[in-house]
Design a protein around this ligand. Sequence first.
Ligand SMILES: C[S@@+](CC[C@H](N)C(=O)[O-])C[C@H]1O[C@@H](n2cnc3c(N)ncnc32)[C@H](O)[C@@H]1O
Length: 228
Amino acid sequence: MEPLRSLGRRAFKPVYILYYKLLFGRRFPFSERLAARVHAWEMATGRGDAPVAKDVWEEQYRRGHWELMRGLDEAARYSVIAGYLHHLKPGGSVLDVGSGEGLLRDPLISYGYARYHGIDLSEAAIVQAAPRRDERTTFAAADAETYVPPGRFDAVVFNECVYYFNDPVGSVRRYEPYLEEGGCFVVSTFRSRRADVIARRLAEVYPLLEETAITNRKGTWVVRIFRP
Ligand SMILES: C[S@@+](CC[C@H](N)C(=O)[O-])C[C@H]1O[C@@H](n2cnc3c(N)ncnc32)[C@H](O)[C@@H]1O
């Protein structure tokens, strides 16, 4: 049974490649069914950058899996994002969508910020963020795809989370009304087929102000600034 299943998975790979090359985010007959098939294949083959159930995030945060984000090999990405945020609006306000335990807040301290609000699907992540809370720093457990933010922000950050959304581009666009005049989206993604096509689709919708790739032994992340 297993050899047959693995053959079936290998046979589906060209469909997966074609889907992300040409079809992702487009509407056509059976587009939803195809998206569901691709998603099921991603789950079965352990692709790490596709939507997963809330329970999975809760379990991963509880057992400390995401402590890996505190490592030196992740530090450059937070520094680049914090540097961009400071340059775009010194002392501005930041909504960090999919914030995890709020690690991005730390490099922002030395720059200064008016307000940092982090939201994450995982309640366990938000519990871990608690030591960072103060009068300017708040967190909420919520699904980014339906969340209504408390006001407007100078920047809305999607740091390593857009590919976990069912509708990545639509979910970013939902936050447009919550940007201050001249505000920006900051989107960081680890390079993958899904991440690259999401970035291409976002660039079809919004002007790309700047982008920087960060490469180390772990791989490559791209941080992009979109100004609607
Ligand atoms: C790879 S972690 C990145 C965490 C954080 N941005 C960082 O860079 O340290 C992805 C995060 O996205 C969150 N996430 C996934 N789907 C989400 C959703 N629909 N709404 C809000 N957060 C979500 C996960 O719970 C997880 O904390």
